[in-house]
Design a protein around this ligand. Sequence first.
Ligand code: SF4
Length: 885
Amino acid sequence: MEKEVKTTCPYCGVGCGVIATVDDNGAVAVRGDADHPANFGRLCSKGSALAETLDLDGRLLHPEIDGCQAGWDEALDLVAARFAETIAEHGPDSVAFYVSGQLLTEDYYVANKLMKGFVGSANIDTNSRLCMSSSVAGHRRAFGSDTVPGTYEDLELADLVVLTGSNLAWCHPVLYQRLAAAKAKRPGLKIVLIDPRRTMTADIADLHLAIRPDADVALFVGLFSHLVSSNAVDQNYVAAHTAGFGDTLLAAGGVSFDDVLERTGLPAMQLREFYRLFSTTEKVVTCYSQGVNQSSSGTDKVNAILNCHLATGRIGRPGMGPFSLTGQPNAMGGREVGGLANMLAAHMAIEDAGDRDRVQRFWRSPKIAEKPGLKAVDLFRAVADGRVKALWIMATNPVVSMPDADAVEAAIRACPFVVVSDILKETDTARHAHVLLPSLGWGEKSGTVTNSERRISRQRAFLAAPGEARADWWQLAEVGRRLGHTDAFAYEAPAAIFREHAALSAFENAGSRDFDIGAYADLALEDYDGLTPFQWPQRQGQKRAESRFFAAGNFYHADGRGRFVAVRPAETDRTNADYPFTLNTGRIRDQWHTMTRTGKSARLSAHIAEPFAELHPRDAMEIGVGNADLIEIESPEGKAFVRALITERQARGSIFAPMHWNDQFAAKARIDVLVPPITDRLSGQPASKNIAVVARKFKATHYAFAVSLAKPVDPDAAYWALAKAAGGWRLELAFAEPVDDWAGWCRRVLAIPQGVEPLGYADAQTGDIRLAFFDGPQLLAAFFLAREPVAVARNWAIAQLGADHANLRKRFALVAGRPGADKPDPGATVCSCFGVGVNQIVAAVRGGCHSVEAVGVALNAGTNCGSCRAEIRGIIDGCLAAAAE
Ligand code: SF4
């Protein structure tokens, strides 16, 4: 019988509710949960494609020791023994956990408890350090607690929404859709986008401030001064609920309007308009994300924003407040359990002796970490120099995502003992593990996550555990027991962990701490199973009606007052004659993190199928790079090869490149190898958006494109990029020197069976070579080679994998690389849900569809998840502008 399970999306911090349906044959379908308050039924392209990512290809199904299958007992005994020996010989700080915002709260809680309370070290850090630790540090400075004051609804209730360092359209797509819908209903709602790039989010912005990288502190310090000079300060709120206004005003006085103009590079008219809008609009929400956080001045940026909201008292009321948009699905849950090296559980402070004593008594632990542990960048430095000798990495891929990623890889490779818990057997990090532990993936594991608006939701299992895979909390508890802490880790189910987490949040907490879910401390198992999404706090015996913080002060500093922080703009330009460009790293619409899940979906890979870098047309011209050329990007830390995408969206002097690609999908596109290990001094968050690099054209002798039924193996080429495609795989290639036997190369890389001869031709004059391999009417692989970037229509070539090639003419048409007149090339995919390409949209616009809605009626594009609507609008505008010229 078909079963329906309510769960939560595992990707971004919006935390959308998902309904998974499993039919009698085990087939899974997903749809948005109309009852979930984060998304009310919406899903973006990534969420909509979740069912396509559940296959077991590449799954790690059994524990492994040194590459050989092992039993759970053997593997866990070894992990416990090596950690115990290392701690005994070198002390608790010689071991470390590097965990993840992809863990469920229950997993995170057990990891933190084991390391801080029973190992006695705070060497547990997380990939959330790379995501939102500057927001945490800024919140704690201003509020005395890590509190997100508002709710998603505030974006819809506001009259002005400021999006700074946030490509909401691609990185928090359902929230973008909610905001776009609110604006469509109420056009008076103004949206200001602050971003060096003209991202897809600009589609709904009334004003786009193309600020210089990292100039946000100057911008918001200038705004603070403007609020004072235009009498927009709420004197009553400032006097009753805050401290530090005078010092902040004094510091702001050192930054003139002209300074702001110079530092931000903005036109005076735009700057004045932004300041006017902010000062004259009562209901303002300022949303910020990685463009603010991932900076050497990230914490100061956050406080510069918070200063403006404190000064105007626009905080914690409907439609008002600062809003940190969390990148990951459970970065917030990680913060709640204290999963960062400088935090204690339940929003308590590791530096506070009273908090340490409280947590230790609650856990009945033999010890408690007495000082902050190593933050991510320092943690891997300690692995490199041998201070950390045993490392357990869970649900994350630091060889791809950490700054200075080559150095991080070398450190992990040299570490005497590395444990990796993951769902995949082969990742860039897993290949260096001594012990591999198979974890449960989305749909198999069960627990809770917290989204950006403090809403806790269940992730529920609806699939059986594959092979011997087990939950991360179970793996940790087993090691805890083997280390001798039997009672403290006697959990049998995640519900028991959640109850303990809830009880700790309420322990000796008479309102002195913001995070309190004591109402759930005695939750029965069946109630945990049926838990509906709720926002914290939920204190025991106090049903809370208000879901916002700080409208009436009550901050968490000892005196109850919020703090203004006197911040000053720092020097931000890192470029020099050798490295003249500023590289900004980030995300794209249809991939998530290091692609271990989204890379399985052909639909998602159809949107952007290879690593790329966006360059301004004049910059591209100056370095002799044309569209679709390959470029080599280099920083003092490393090199990457990607495809050039020339666009006016990019500001001059800057380059954007996504952080997703890794060694499983491309030859050399781990973009974090270029990022230096520069961090914010308070938060330890790396500066991943302001990197000095040089870019040059990569001169290949040959370029190629291939489609293949079998997964290509070890493409021996200077550049390659692999992506899942409908019915098989697609492969982009470039060669630094010619290959003697191209057919032989195809046989080896594209796994062509012995005895299958190619159909093809070689043009001696142009250098073009086309080869196609068939098994009866089935195309096995097609290979298109040229001396320039190959112009063959990609989606048409991919479709040939599913076509019948019994007819010889069809085979020749394929080798010719030309779609028949009856099969026009749809072009690069724009709408992933309905597989609609750019050429189809252009044809529809030329045929009279001049709105996104009209294109939707004609092609369905943009009518499901809506993630592509901004791109469709861009295509329409481009076509209409071209027609008007
Ligand atoms: S916006 Fe998309 S990726 Fe984010 S939680 Fe919702 S469905 Fe998942």
